[in-house]
Write a protein that binds this ligand. Sequence first.
Ligand code: SF4
Length: 236
Amino acid sequence: MKTKKEVLEIIRLLKEEYPLAECTLDYDHAWQLLVSVRLAAQCTDARVNVVTEELFAKYPSVAALAAATPEEIEEIVRPCGLGHSKARDISLAMRMLMRDFGGKVPDDFDTLLTLPGVGRKSANLIMGDVFGKPAIVTDTHCIRLCNRMGIVKDLKEPKKVEMALWKVIPPQEGNDFCHRLVLHGRAVCTARSPKCEICCVKELCSSYRDAQKAAAKKKPEAKKKTAAASNAEQTV
Ligand code: SF4
């Protein structure tokens, strides 16, 4: 596990590497981010952005989208996958915003969780990006990178990772840190083949250090084998 000092250094290095820490989902209004983040489940942000361009053009307000039927929404959001359940959640959430919140997205984490299709990840994203409040978004990149770097240890469940990160990440840094993990996870620390040699945090990364140690252990073994082989040749 990393010390707080090491975590702060990782945060600093990532800031240097990725000065812009922005959400890669396109939106102008809070309700649009709410819709986009629901669509982003098991779908790329790039595809969501294409789909929402059409969706928001056709339904330009919470009231307009709440008035649409789930079938009409599904017709547009189908390319994001899981169209039926995503359209149902979006429709229910928009209707709830109209009925209970005056058409506005509530700026309270626990209240956000009461909206259909909104889990901790979405609620954190909205709290951080829309309302500028402390947030930790534990998506697939965040979970993979924090485990590899050693900021958390063997934690895969999003809520457990989130709780562990709250203990070591300064609250005001959490939101941007998670955005930077997404950028780093896409560009360098990819799921299948992390490019450790060009990684800005490799000196602090537990996974990299372990790999270095393992390689160093193997070297003397390899040398011994080469020496033994050469001895054998000379005796023959
Ligand atoms: S050193 Fe490798 S495993 Fe560690 S964060 Fe960088 S790319 Fe990922």
